[in-house]
Design a protein around this ligand. Structure first.
Ligand code: PLP
Length: 388
């Protein structure tokens, strides 16, 4: 490797291209100071189930109905009891699956709830804000609006939908009210991974200044390892995962935040007392079993094979102008007329997503089972032939 004789530094004397954090020792304060002070000072609500010890077997503390619900079968056993807020079976399962310590995990009702909790914990209404990189997932902005937090936008680069790192760093330097940078990788709707070194450089440069939340809901479709492996070097990195998109549990609402234990403790303070349902915990535990994970991984492979087939077929359509390279389980496709195509498919009973408001002429097509994809391709061909 080439060794530069002079290293350019910023006004704090730090090398702006360095991947390393500017300071060595991480203190809890460097996370805590970003949190809303009133949240940090607050005594968290302690629910009945959080307090019960291991030897307890008669539960007369939470005003539940002691009888099981209809139809009293094994399927509903335990549904009359409040669930464990952060069940050990899932914490252990995710610690294994993601190769992280249990103390770095926080479970929520989908990643959507984690996004909301992050904004509420770290952004004071009317004072603080978030930074987003459009075109991206809309929930970050929605959560900020609900909280009364400002939204600073630094668009992805037009040519390749990658981060405009100098512009993000400049925005952070010029606006101390930005507490969270939300990145999405692979990004919804553009379907590409962000360059890992850009994300790490941003973490390093914003350490002690802002949290960098990386939404990785599709990362298993990208065949690249999660950036969560870098958490040890970058304590201001927060990674969002979920069982919705990768492990077929969108209906059960299981989200996982991987973060520095201090971030996890802050989220635990403000979470709803019982955010995960008994049935969702059961479903997630089954998927996290060895057979469950093998089943899930096989389905990810099937979806990826279909994605490549669908992309090839779409390329032949006269309605398709461009298919963006995908690291996810959907395709962003630039078309001649997004709204007309969506309308035609809807009439054929097929729903895709018009994303032309975010990317010119674009529609987002999720990969279904082969029969569903064929139905979509047929309806598209039908529409193209009518236009001729
Ligand atoms: C679907 C989606 C979410 C929400 O996921 P849940 O875990 O189902 O709440 C979050 N981020 C991105 C980028 C998504 O596409």
């Amino acid at each position: 490797m080439e060794t530069p004789t002079t290293v350019e530094t910023n006004d704090r004397g730090e090398d702006p291209d360095s991947l390393a954090r500017p300071r060595g020792e991480v203190t809890v304060d460097e996370i805590a100071q970003l949190c809303r002070p009133e949240i940090y000072a607050m005594k968290p609500y302690s629910s009945a189930r959080t307090e019960s010890g291991p030897g307890v077997h008669v539960l007369l503390d939470a005003n539940e109905n002691p009888y099981p619900p209809y139809p009293s079968t094994a399927d509903v056993a335990g549904f009359n009891r409040y669930p464990d807020p952060q069940p050990a079976v899932l914490l252990d399962g995710f610690a294994d699956l993601y190769s992280v310590a249990r103390e770095s995990l926080f479970l929520s009702r989908g990643a959507d709830e984690a996004i909301d909790l992050m904004v509420r914990a770290f952004c004071a209404a009317g004072a603080d804000g978030i930074l987003i990189t459009p075109p991206t997932f809309v929930m970050y902005e929605t959560a900020a609006e609900i909280q009364g937090a400002a939204v600073r936008r630094v668009p992805l680069r037009g040519a390749d939908f990658q981060l405009d790192l100098p512009a993000i760093l400049a925005a952070l330097a010029g606006d101390p009210s930005i507490k969270i940078v939300f990145l999405c990788s692979p990004n919804n709707p553009t379907s590409n991974l962000m360059h890992r070194n850009d994300v790490l450089r941003l973490c390093a440069q914003s350490f002690g200044r802002a949290l960098v939340v990386v939404d990785e809901l599709y990362v298993d479709y990208s065949r690249t390892p999660s950036i969560a492996a870098e958490l040890g070097d970058h304590p201001n990195l927060v990674v969002l995962r979920s069982m919705s998109k990768e492990y077929s549990l969108a209906g059960e609402r299981i989200g996982v935040t991987i973060a520095h234990p201090e971030v996890v403790r802050i989220l635990l303070r403000i979470m709803a007392p019982y955010s995960l349902t008994a049935s969702s915990v059961r479903a997630a535990a089954a998927v996290l079993s060895a057979e469950g994970l093998a089943h899930g991984r096989a389905n990810i492979d099937r979806v990826l094979a279909e994605r490549d087939r669908v992309a090839l077929m779409l390329k032949r359509s006269p309605l398709v102008l461009e298919i963006f390279p995908s690291d996810a389980n959907f395709l962003l496709v630039r078309t001649s007329d997004a709204s007309a195509i969506c309308r035609h498919l809807e009439q054929a009973g097929i729903r895709i997503r018009d994303r032309s408001g975010l990317v010119d002429g674009a529609v987002r097509i999720s990969i279904g089972v082969p029969e569903e994809n064929d139905a979509m391709l047929t309806a598209l061909a039908d529409y193209a032939s009518r236009l001729r």
